[in-house]
Design a protein around this ligand. Sequence first.
Ligand code: PBG
Length: 333
Amino acid sequence: MIRNNMPGYPLNRMRRNRQSNWSRRLVCENHLSRSDLILPVFVMEGKNQVEPIESLPNVNRYTIDRIVDIAIECEDNGIPLIAIFPVIDGSLKSDNAEEAYRSNNLVCRTVTAIKNKAPNIGIMTDVALDPYTIHGHDGIMKNDLIANDTTIEILIKQAINQCEAGADIIAPSDMMDGRVLKIREALEANNYQDTIIMSYSAKYASSYYGPFRDAIKSNKNLTGDKKTYQMDVANSDEALREAELDIAEGADMVMVKPGLPYLDIIHKIKSNLKVPTYAYQVSGEYASLMAASMNGWIEYDNIIMETLMCFKRAGADGILTYAALDVAKKISG
Ligand code: PBG
């Protein structure tokens, strides 16, 4: 039986609309534009240096001056937002992550430098302690446990420090309970009422983050897993609750992470909450596609475009992807 008693074949032939390029374009339901793209970048200390990341081909760590060039390139190619992740020197890591809120730290200097040279691109900064803790966890450890409320105290200072440097979007990726509310209250109290919060609402305890941890050099320190704060891969209703809570606590945008294996979560959040919803095509996803394409097994350009279109189809308003600049150039070309 066909929906609404519609007549089937031969009155309906689905291939009619697919027969030519123009007709396929006419019935196309979703579109990917440069405005959907967010580029994550890794910044390190130094001058005029580029360091490849072995597990993330074609993605590099850059010094601030080189990140500025990339920000300008993103701006020129219509990318609305760049997301900054710092590589923190081992000597600055500590139990209480003090470096996270030191004024003029690496992230702050990066934000200021980009603001000076590329004023029309948005800058997002990550609020989480993993680059700054000795153990590589996103929070403060007490008796071998990640202490939620103690961590939030530090996250608040980190967020305000980033605002002072000029960050436009604050992105808590730590998965502590109640941190969005506490950060939002602190932003209001410190005259940053216009700062946007993009919350990593549904962030799963995933094995897809490995190359990222190499990139920021937190991997070799990490003890245990992140399952007491990041979500269980098996859960879906819980993701909706996380996103609902974050919106109620003052988040303006929510994010799902990882991306492609979690399209159902993106769709669920977007269709139920109808809020700006973003996806993170994370390092392990990108590295897998890249590795296969480097072996000649799949075709990079086409498969990246396909994955990004799938995010749009699922309901994502935008995608963080290491391929953002490649794709933006392709779309504009
Ligand atoms: C940590 C953080 C992670 C990523 C973004 N922020 C890793 C983690 O939770 O261990 C992963 C991004 C990626 O894999 O591309 N706050």
